[in-house]
Design a protein around this ligand. Structure first.
Ligand code: CP
Length: 308
């Protein structure tokens, strides 16, 4: 049986990416049609475990909704309240769940590589989805970001997309870079040099700026990243006030025609974005959230069908 996991965007074939985008449009239409949504039967009889070992609102809820809307049974597990809090290893936990006949596991973890590690220890019929691992990748977030960018901008080939903020700690930035490049976009990164991975330009094949003004000049869209204070072992910038002044996106960031604004959430309002920018007419932030369920339905459908 072929393994069908979603662990990274880096290794996602372009044809699977295009398939996800097309199917997410299909589910987006279904979900947003007038009237109540009638549950589908595609995953009837399937059981999916959502293991969230790190806090989440958007990803956790949208996976659960996507699973239920496709007819699956779902279970949720986190550190607190499970035997992990009594010292059981994560691998043993997953083996216990597998013994209860699970079909797929969705994992969020603060350590990079955990979903891949678990996938290597599971039989091929148990699918694995990375819902965000450390500073490594967040594939379904980037899928929903590029899906919304395509709605706003059309074909992304040649479009200039700026990613601004804490690139070093951002799994969202990494997954977006890989997908945007596969779709032919021109990616430019900006942020404090202390929050920029070393040799980012060479490793990712993108433009790197230290000044936000240079990055956003002529950009079709800007993805602002959350300042992840919980991942910073030391101070990477002098103060929140200084960060907001130099790297925050505010009404005064645009001389004219603001680009589309994206943010994976949760937003630190008043730090990386001000209120006016987060909720301006060009902001796609709530559309990103709306797209999340449709994208996750597309990924789940792919895992349990014969599609590419
Ligand atoms: N974008 C994102 O992963 O948000 P949550 O942490 O709320 O899931």
């Amino acid at each position: 049986l072929r393994r069908k996991d979603l662990l990274t965007c880096e290794h996602l074939p372009i044809e699977t990416l295009v398939h996800f985008l097309g199917r997410s449009d299909h589910y987006f239409q279904l979900l947003n049609a007038p009237g109540p949504f009638k549950k589908l039967k595609l995953l009837e009889g399937r059981t999916i475990a959502n293991l969230f070992f790190e806090n989440s609102t958007r990803t956790k809820i949208s996976f659960e909704l996507a699973e239920r809307r496709l007819g699956a049974d779902t279970v949720m597990l986190s550190n607190s309240g499970s035997s992990l809090a009594k010292g059981e290893s994560i691998l043993d936990t997953v083996k216990v769940l597998e013994a209860m006949k699970l079909d797929a596991i969705v994992v969020r973890h603060s350590v990079s590589g955990v979903p891949e590690f678990l996938a290597r220890h599971l039989p091929a019929h148990v699918r694995m989805i990375n819902a965000g691992d450390g500073a490594h990748e967040h594939p379904t977030q980037a899928l929903l970001d590029v899906a919304e960018l395509r709605v706003a901008l059309g074909d992304l080939k040649g479009k200039r997309i700026a990613i601004v903020g804490d690139i070093a700690h951002s799994r969202v930035a990494r997954s977006n870079i890989w997908l945007l490049k596969k779709l032919g976009a021109e990616v430019v990164l900006a942020g404090p040099s202390t929050l920029m991975p070393r040799m980012a330009s060479e490793v990712f094949g993108v433009e790197v700026c230290t000044e936000v003004e240079t990055a956003i000049s002529g950009a079709d869209a800007v993805i602002a990243l959350r300042i992840q204070l919980e991942r910073q072992a030391r101070g990477f910038f002098p103060s929140i006030e200084e960060y907001r002044e130099r790297y925050g996106l505010t009404a005064r960031s645009w001389k004219q025609n603001p680009p589309f604004i994206l943010h994976p959430g949760p937003v630190n309002l008043g730090t990386e974005l001000d209120f006016e920018t987060a909720y301006c007419e060009r902001s796609l932030i709530l559309r990103q959230v709306k797209r999340g369920v449709a994208v996750r339905m597309a990924v789940l459908e792919w895992m349990f069908t014969d599609s590419i």
